[in-house]
Write a protein that binds this ligand. Structure first.
Ligand code: FEO
Length: 391
């Protein structure tokens, strides 16, 4: 396995995980992922930028075995898919120092039980000379943990960005320009873990964009060899202006709620309102998260079961609440047998979102003519709000 050179002084020492299908026991990975670590060498010292997920230790140490020294381990982010092999790397290179941010030190000590003596804190603007080669540290907190920062390689204008600008995508090539799936994977990645921190990330985007990198080297997925495209895309995703679509996320047990959803979708189509529809029993929650970036209205549709909204709908609501999307309004609709009261609790399912809740709409069993008319009025209400927003 040959070392993968990015330039004369930079090598990729990460690992591509083609088979992984779930991250954080939550996030689907339909196209696998990679854990990107980098090795930068000057005339006097060498720095390792992050490690990889411990499941890929063999690949990582096979690369490192081809390099003679590690003087510094720069830990941009304490999550274990990047930090997990720091203890073993320190055993193999006992003279190495771990460089990280102040909150990073705190987290590494907690997560990996690293000795405080092995860690040196670096601050925003601090630089590290490797001998003719200079690394400068750029604090970019909350992308997506509090300790995150980037490293700027001055001579080669490379931004090592860790999870910032990353994507879960396993590829044989190193560069984004070789794979047209990258922006879709990057959108999924942003939506699944970055969305709650959009406002602070937006500031961080401008901070690193001002450096005018020639190459952005993230910790997952291909490297951005045309960085303007991914930077501009993150600008758009972090823009606080809401999207223009409607999301309809539903569960149906015996067809009544699905019938309501069908009528709603047909009505929105007739009015020219764009929507995305998800059957939550089979939906890819990554696709649901991505749709939130483009939406301003959420329709949750649920039958009543166990004296409650359907648990699968409640799970989706909890996830949407945690992601803090740019939604403006929401409504719950659904069918019931003998008690529709739980639908009135819908605002409590997403307590952290400031939403304009439209009145809930329920029908007993299969919709009758009067129920369909109520759905048509809801369609009109949603359509008029969307038309007004785009006028
Ligand atoms: Fe790739 Fe937040 O770890």
């Amino acid at each position: 396995m040959k070392l993968r050179k990015i330039s004369e002084t930079v090598s990729f020492v990460g690992a591509v995980d083609w088979d992984r299908r779930l991250f954080d026991a939550l996030v689907p990975l339909p196209h696998g992922t990679s854990y990107n670590a980098y090795y930068v060498e000057g005339s006097e010292k060498a720095a390792l930028l992050d490690t990889v997920d411990p499941s890929m230790a063999d690949t990582f140490f096979a690369y490192l075995a081809q390099r003679p020294r590690v003087d510094y381990i720069i830990s941009h982010h304490a999550e274990q898919d990047h930090s997990g092999l720091i203890p073993e790397t320190l055993r193999r290179f006992p003279n190495a120092r771990v460089l990280t941010s102040a909150p990073g030190k705190n987290l590494l000590e907690a997560m990996l039980h690293l000795s405080p003596d092995s860690i040196q804190i670096v601050k925003d603007g601090d630089s590290l000379s490797l001998g003719g080669r200079t690394l400068r540290f750029v604090q970019t907190p909350w992308v997506h943990w509090p300790e995150t920062f980037c490293t700027w390689y001055e001579e080669e204008k490379i931004l090592f960005s860790c999870d910032f600008f990353a994507s879960h995508l396993a590829t044989s090539g190193l560069y984004a320009s070789d794979d047209n799936r990258v922006l879709d994977a990057a959108k999924r990645y942003y939506a699944e873990i970055m969305m709650p921190y959009a406002s602070i990330i937006r500031k961080n985007v401008e901070k690193v964009a001002a450096l005018q990198p020639k190459l952005i080297a993230p910790s997952h997925g291909p490297l951005h060899d045309h960085p303007d495209e991914i930077v501009e895309t993150w600008r758009r995703w972090t823009d606080p202006a809401p999207g223009r679509e409607v999301i309809i996320a539903y569960v149906s047990m015996h067809g009544s709620t699905r019938s309501m959803v069908d009528r709603l979708c047909n009505g929105l189509s007739d009015r020219g309102v764009t929507f995305q529809r998800f059957d939550l029993t089979t939906a890819d929650i990554g696709q649901l998260a991505m749709s939130l970036l483009d939406a301003s209205t959420l329709v949750l549709a649920t039958p009543l079961v166990l004296n409650s909204a359907h648990p699968v709908v409640l799970h989706a609501a909890a996830l949407i609440n945690a992601l803090k999307p740019k939604l403006q309004r929401a409504v719950v609709i659904g069918s019931f047998g003998w008690n529709a009261k739980p639908l009135e609790q819908a605002p409590t399912w997403m307590p952290d979102l400031k939403l304009d809740w439209l009145p809930p709409l329920s029908c007993r069993g299969l919709p009758r003519a009067a129920d369909n008319e109520a759905i048509d009025r809801l369609v009109g209400d949603i359509a008029s709000k969307h038309t007004a927003a785009t006028a």
